[in-house]
Design a protein around this ligand. Structure first.
Ligand SMILES: Nc1ncnc2c1ncn2[C@@H]1O[C@H](COP(=O)(O)OP(=O)(O)OP(=O)(O)O)[C@@H](O)[C@H]1O
Ligand SMILES: [Mg+2]
Length: 602
């Protein structure tokens, strides 16, 4: 190791930027927060190419003097705190004087700003290598930041950006978190010249939620409200039956700031326990207010995590308050309602220790790869599975797996109706050495997997079942996922088109998927989950993973198997696969009950 040296400011700033500015959405967040802190009541966000090319935030807030317009890009330049005591009780979004310096370290930045009483505005440009130019100019009062060429000097970070759809989804999420809690301010967001949100000032939080998330979400909420000596809780809870597999509408705010907390999330989930099916998450919008001294917002570089003085008390208050609200609305377990509106603190036993805060724990991951045998429920009638691939049973590819597969089928088998369906779950068919039982759900997984993989590798032989168009509201953030993956979805047999700013219309599903309108909503939700992972341009391994997800989805969405002809076609298609014996995740599809075992029974 050489001699110690203090890093040049430009490098120190780049390192700091790594923490604050992870992706375009972080820039949107920091600039919007600054605009709110500046007292603006109208904030417009303009984004090009998901922020890679341009992020512009225009506000009508207090503006800056010519000196401050230059100074604001210096590290630790802030107007928001002046002393260590201030740090104990932060009431603004910003306080570190770090955000603009970080942004300017990794992008080209222009600012035009004017205070209301100044005659001229100031224009500041920070170009490559931090060269600062400033000059007077004409501009409306407020501030107008333009961030171009994000990460031009940190190619590694630029490379790690996801597709435009995914980055835009993050931007929309950050936008939503800030706009939601400030209904009295007007906001807009546009991307590549198209408006995503134009939010007028709203009368209440509920109207703002409606504007942001649509009536599917906002129409289904009950009010939450309670006050204890240490914390005030208000907000809205989604009805248990409206819980969804997709995460996204779970919001916590503390003193007007969005935060994430798996610990507090567990408090809510615990309160909903037994009211929502396993794996489903309700929507919630929980606004906490407390004395700023009781909460530390300075524990995370992007300030999305906070620390309460007494975490477990806040946990208990949230739990009790959610439980009580659900009970009062007759959603769940009986609760003593004599104390309506007032939260009775539960006495927590040892069982609560399982909910200990765990900073590392992420929000719950959704697992689509459950065991279909464990929870097989026959889907309702509708479409029918389709024989797609090559129909030749007993083809030679079994040789490596087991020797007698070539002789699996009786030789002089008639082509049709050699199958029997057992409770929609199993197909039974004679085999040379006994009775072959095919697990329908798993067979479909294999069939859909093969088909998805084929489509993903661009051999597009997929057919579609037409539907009466069904509109599904997915929220603006998720809608972009469908825009960007239109081709992939079409190649898999989906006909899904964007509609309005926050919905999609489903007009076709892959052959074999249920056409029942009631199921389409769930299907779209599952697609959101799959596509959020980033779907395009993936190497082979990712293709297999995606195909796996589509397979599970296909098998779960399939119509109930009723006709022997369909059953036969499943068997045929299955044995056209290169691996008919196991599902993509390695579970056995086919089992043979040998003759001698059948003989033994008699
Ligand atoms: N839109 C704006 N309007 C008026 N002043 C602004 C605006 N944006 C930034 N400033 C000024 O520039 C300063 C630096 O902003 P910056 O975001 O870097 O730091 P901060 O908001 O104080 O703290 P943090 O790093 O926590 O965000 C702010 O304290 C504020 O005085
Ligand atoms: Mg700031």
């Amino acid at each position: 190791m050489g001699k110690l040296q203090v890093l040049p400011v430009s490098i120190a700033n780049m390192i700091a930027a790594g923490e604050v500015v992870g992706r375009p959405a972080s820039v949107v967040k920091e600039l919007m927060e600054n605009a709110v802190d500046a007292g603006a009541d109208k904030i417009d966000v303009i984004v090009t190419d998901a922020g890679r090319t341009l992020i512009q935030v225009i506000d009508n807030g207090c503006g800056m003097s010519p000196e401050d317009a230059v100074l604001c890009f210096e590290r630790h330049a802030t107007s928001k705190i002046a002393s260590a005591e201030d740090l104990e009780a932060i009431r603004t979004y910003g306080f570190r004087g770090e955000a603009l310096a970080s942004i300017a370290a990794v992008a080209e930045v222009s600012l035009k700003t004017r205070r209301r009483d100044d005659e001229t505005a100031t224009k500041v440009h920070i170009g490559e290598f931090g060269a600062v130019e400033s000059s007077p100019c004409a501009a409306p009062y407020g501030s107008n930041f333009e961030i171009r060429n994000l990460f031009y000097n940190t190619p590694a970070r630029r490379k790690f950006l996801k597709s435009d759809n995914v980055e835009l989804k993050h931007i929309i999420e950050e936008f939503t978190r800030i706009a939601m809690i400030r209904p009295s301010l007007a906001f807009s967001l546009s991307h590549n010249g198209k408006d995503i949100f134009v939010l007028k000032k709203a009368n209440s939080l509920k109207f703002r939620i409606l504007d942001l998330l649509g009536k599917n979400v906002a129409g289904d909420l009950v009010d939450l409200s309670s006050e204890t000596s240490i914390i005030k809780v208000s907000g809205f809870l989604g009805k248990p039956e409206a819980a969804r597999k997709t995460l996204g509408n779970q919001f916590f705010f503390i003193n007007g700031r969005f935060f994430r907390s798996s610990y507090m999330h567990r408090a809510v989930m615990k309160a909903y326990e037994e009211m929502t099916p396993e794996g489903m998450t309700p929507s919630y919008f929980i606004f906490l207010e407390t004395d700023p001294h009781g909460v530390d917002v300075n524990i995370h570089p992007t300030k999305t995590e906070v620390k309460f003085e007494d975490e477990s008390v806040v946990f208990q208050v949230i739990y009790a308050c959610v439980r009580e609200t659900l009970g009062r609305n007759s959603f769940g377990a009986s609760i003593d309602f004599d104390t309506e509106g007032e939260v009775r603190m539960p006495v927590l036993g040892g069982s609560f220790s399982e909910f200990k805060p765990d900073a590392a724990a992420p929000m719950p991951d959704l697992d689509l790869s459950y065991d279909p045998f464990a929870d097989f429920t026959a889907p309702a009638a509708g479409g029918h599975p389709q024989a797609g691939g090559s129909p030749a049973p007993g083809a030679g590819f079994y040789a490596q797996k087991r020797d007698d597969y070539g002789a699996l089928f009786e030789e002089k088998a008639a082509p049709m109706a050699r199958v029997m369906i057992l409770q929609g779950k199993y197909i039974i068919t004679p085999a040379a050495s006994g009775m072959m039982v095919v697990n329908v759900h798993r067979a479909l997984e294999r069939i859909f997997y093969d088909r998805a993989l084929k489509a993903l590798r661009a051999e597009k032989h997929v057919t579609q079942t037409a539907l009466f168009p069904v509109e599904v509201q997915v929220g603006a953030a998720n809608r972009t996922l469908f825009d960007g993956n239109a081709e992939l979805l079409a190649s898999l047999g989906f006909d899904i088109a964007p509609e309005g700013t926050d919905s999609v219309v489903v007009s076709g599903v892959p052959e074999g998927f249920s056409c029942e309108p009631g199921k389409i909503g769930r299907l779209v939700e599952d697609l959101v989950l799959i596509l959020s992972d980033g779907a395009e341009g993936l190497p082979e391994m990712m293709e297999a993973r995606m195909a796996e997800k589509f397979a599970t989805l296909g098998a779960t969405s399939a119509a109930k198997l009723e006709s022997p002809v369909e059953a036969q076609s499943i068997v045929d298609t299955l044995f056209g696969s290169e691996n008919a014996e196991f599902t993509p995740t390695g579970r056995r599809i086919v089992s043979i009950i040998p003759m001698d075992e059948i003989d033994k029974k008699f």
